[in-house]
Each structure stands twice: as C-alpha cells, then as structure tokens.
Design a protein around this ligand. Structure first.
Ligand SMILES: [Fe+2]
Ligand SMILES: [Fe+2]
Length: 326
C-alpha cells in the first residue's frame, strides 16, 4: 500500500484511482466549432423555461471567462510550481475557447431576435471596475503593496466561481434528458464545455491555495469569497434569464421576465424536478454548502474519466482533433 505523506501524495493517488494514467493529466484546449444555423433558441423540446435558463449561460460566460483568462495570465509569473503553471496555461487555453464558442452562440441568439448588449456591458463593468486591476474600482488602493494581494483575491474569486462550473459540469455529464429532448448541437456545446470544466476543476482551487500564504487564510478567504460569489452568480444568471424571456414570443415566458428572483428560484425547483432539464435550486444549495468543509477539494467533486469519455465521443471535439491531424 502506498504511504501518504502529503496532500500532493494523496492527490497523486486519487488521480491514479480516477484512471487517468500516471496521475499527470495535461490540460489542453480543443479547438471546437459549432454551426447553430439549424438551432432554435427553444432547443429543449416543449420546455422554453429550461431552454432559456441554460441559454442565459451564453450571456454570462463569455465576459466571465475572458476575465478568468486575463487574471490567470497576470498570475502566471507568481507560480513557482512547474506542473501547476502548465495546468494554468491549459486552463487559460480552454476558457478562451469556451468564451469564443459561447460568443458565437450569442450571435445565433441575436440572429433570432434577442438583444443582450445592455446585459453584456453591465457584467463587463462589474468585472472590470469592481474586480478589475484596482481593488473594488478604487484607484488609490492600487499600488505595489496591494498588487499581489488583490491578484490573489481575484484568483480566489475565480476559484469560487469554478466550484459552480465544476458541480454543474458533473451535473451535465450525468444528465440524460438533454440527449432525449435537446438540439444535438447545443447539447454537444454544453456537454463539451461542462466536460472540460470537470477536467480542469482543480486548477483554480490549487492556484488560489498556492498563492495564499497560510492554510487558515486560505480557508477563511475562500468562505468569504463564497458569501460574495454565490449571490452574484445567482443574480447574473437570472438577470440574463430575464433579458431573454422578456424578448420571447411566448406570453407566459414574457411574464416571467417581471418576476421576483424567489419566484424564479421556485420555478427552477419545480421545472428541474419535473423535466430533469435543469438542475434544481435545492441541488445548487446542497452543492454550494460542500464548499464549507475544511477538507473540501474539487478533486472529489467530479469524475475526470467520465469527462474524458464524453470528450472522446463529442462530435465537436472529434472534428477538432481531426482538423489538427490534417
Ligand atoms: Fe469554461
Ligand atoms: Fe472553468
């Protein structure tokens, strides 16, 4: 039996147990392309609510993932571990492609009559002004003493966001209803993206831990980050959802655009239980609370082999691999 002397040893054994070879899995972007010309924004059969709930991620993800890439590129010179540096580069590559593909999905929504410009500029403003290079947008706090601390805080903000993309990623891999009810192109777009989220789920967390100077500081700050990130995440997803449903031709969808967030969360719970097309709100709460555990590590939160199995049969990932061979 192998002895476990450190967290790194334990992680190595866990990765081996996850059947991904010698414990070192290189994270690489897959240069996928999608053609949405035959896709209807109501891409889940008879379920406009779930279609728009998932479509709202097309609006939220591109600005968010571009922000992840910028912050992680700034953090690269601070990384002293070669393997982690390679993982971070792979993470940046994957997130850049995710952002690009959801931007092309935004264009297909636009071509179907949905306008989202105001939402995009609002989210860009929050990310660039509040969480940009100056702490909370206050230029007088930006100096050489605060530079690395604020950068570490922003990495923590991303690590916390990646908890959401990680558990949603595993939910997407386990989901079967999309294959039965959904448009094949959109299903592949989300499943390819969610599989890569599961594949790189440990990177942001490991980077945040690497940059934090004490274990206690790491634990306390990641809890504090969640207090900020969870409400922001819910707010922006439902803000995007409202933008989309208000422009839907269906009157019952338009009415949802004026509903309070509590009503929409109750609806998410109901629709998720009935259709399995969206995760329920209680699932979000349960998964978010796992973050509180002092022994939490994203390694336990997903199945890497399942993600790689999906990526091995994803039509877009196969086409991307084929075009690399040519
Ligand atoms: Fe992503
Ligand atoms: Fe990610």
């Amino acid at each position: 039996m192998q002895s476990v002397k450190s967290f790194r040893d334990w992680k190595f054994i866990m990765l081996k147990n996850a059947n991904i070879g010698n414990g070192r899995h290189a994270i690489k972007g897959r240069d996928v392309q999608f053609d949405f010309s035959d896709t209807n924004p109501h891409w889940l059969k008879d379920d406009p609510f779930s279609s728009h709930f998932v479509n709202s991620f097309h609006l939220v993800l591109p600005p968010g993932e571009r922000y992840f890439c910028r912050v992680f590129a700034q953090a690269l010179p601070l990384i002293t571990d070669n393997e982690l540096r390679e993982d971070v580069k792979g993470f940046i590559h994957q997130e850049a492609i995710h952002s690009r593909q959801h931007t092309s999905a935004q264009i297909y929504l636009e071509s179907n009559g949905y306008n989202y410009e105001h939402f995009n500029s609002k989210l860009d403003w929050v990310l660039e002004q509040v969480f940009g290079d100056s702490p909370f947008g206050m230029n007088y706090l930006k100096n050489r003493y605060t530079k690395d601390i604020w950068l570490t805080c922003r990495v923590g903000f991303i690590a916390t966001m990646e908890h959401f993309t990680g558990f949603l990623g595993q939910w997407g891999l386990d989901n079967e209803s999309w294959d039965k009810n959904g448009d094949a192109t959109i299903v592949d777009l989300f499943k390819w993206h969610l599989a890569e989220e599961v594949e790189h789920r440990t990177v942001a967390f490991d980077l945040f831990e690497h940059l934090c100077t004490t274990k206690l500081g790491f634990y306390v700050s990641r809890q504090a980050q969640m207090v900020v990130v969870a409400p922001l995440f819910i707010h922006f997803i439902f803000d995007a959802f409202r933008v989309l449903v208000k422009q839907d031709e269906d009157r019952s969808m338009q009415k949802l655009g004026a509903k309070h967030i509590l009503h929409l969360l109750a609806e998410l719970e109901k629709v998720g239980k009935r259709t399995q097309n969206v995760p329920t709100f209680s699932f979000f709460v349960r998964e978010t609370l796992r973050w509180v555990n002092p022994f939490f590590h994203p390694l336990h939160e997903g199945d890497t082999q399942q993600a790689l199995d999906y990526l091995a049969q994803s039509p877009a990932a196969i086409a991307a691999a084929d075009s690399c061979m040519k």
